[in-house]
Design a protein around this ligand. Structure first.
Ligand code: ADP
Ligand code: AMP
Length: 224
């Protein structure tokens, strides 16, 4: 980590369903940095019907990616907020090489740089099982799974009592398209960050708590 006396600038990469959102919450709390999830920001905009949400929705529903320019502008705005000045955890961004290049430039212009990219490694069969059973709380956003991480009462969040919902893009045909998009547009980032010497991969199979331990162990040497 560059010695700037501040928090970690971290990116999580991995296929849809790898557990990025699940782990992001724990890792961001340990590192005391804000979690910035582009998927969450788009979904919040869809839910409130903003122009950005209206624009993003058709790409999301089809399992595609929101155009780079729109996404990069949104992230640039978010990273300019005060709470991201001393480190952040990005979940779901970058997802294309142009996004990664733009992020590097954005940070360089601010006199900083990413410290580490944590890759969550899970095979495709497992991520499909994870996505098919994913449920999210409408109240607090906590991520559950009907089989792997069930709530004690069906459809009700154990943490806040909110109602759970299934994401529109977690349908079988959309999942298949998202996997294709990941392989084509996002997987090349592993080489991009590998070439920068900033990539650390962990086995993201097994219980959620075990993956969290592996993630925190991997980040410790970066000051995490
Ligand atoms: P991503 O943000 O990478 O798309 P999520 O964090 O939303 O993935 O996880 C996808 C689904 O898999 C969720 O239903 C979550 O509860 C479940 N999940 C996450 N981590 C694990 C794990 N280690 N084992 C089993 N299921 C998991
Ligand atoms: P996620 O919650 O990360 O699975 O994202 C849900 C959807 O939001 C994706 O399938 C895309 O349609 C859109 N999205 C999220 N992040 C990005 C990004 N970095 N670039 C383009 N589209 C994105």
């Amino acid at each position: 980590m560059e010695d700037r006396g501040d928090g970690l600038r971290l990116v999580l990469v991995g296929p849809p369903g790898a557990g990025k959102g699940t782990q992001a919450e724990f890792i961001a709390a340990v590192l005391a940095v804000p979690k910035i999830s582009t998927g969450d920001i788009f979904r919040a905009n869809v839910a409130t019907g903003t122009p950005l949400g209206v624009q993003a929705k058709r790409y999301m529903d089809a399992g595609g990616l929101v155009p780079d320019e729109v996404t990069i502008n949104m992230v640039a705005g978010r990273l300019a907020e005060q709470d991201a000045a001393d480190g952040f955890l990005l979940d779901g961004f970058p997802r294309t090489t142009p996004q990664a290049v733009a992020l590097d430039k954005l940070l360089a212009d601010l006199g900083s740089a990413l410290d580490v990219i944590l890759e969550l490694i899970v095979d495709e069969d497992e991520v499909v099982r994870r996505l098919s059973g994913r449920r999210t709380c409408r109240g607090c956003g906590k991520i559950w799974h009907v089989e792997f991480d069930p709530t004690s009462r069906d459809g009700i969040c154990d943490r806040c009592g909110g109602a759970l919902f299934q994401r529109d893009d977690d349908k079988a045909e959309t999942i298949a398209e998202r996997m294709r998009v990941y392989a084509r547009d996002t997987a090349p980032l592993v080489d991009y960050y590998g070439a920068q010497g900033k990539l650390v991969g962990i086995d993201a199979t097994g219980p959620v708590e075990d993956v969290t331990v592996r993630a925190n162990d991997a980040l410790r040497s970066y000051g995490g």
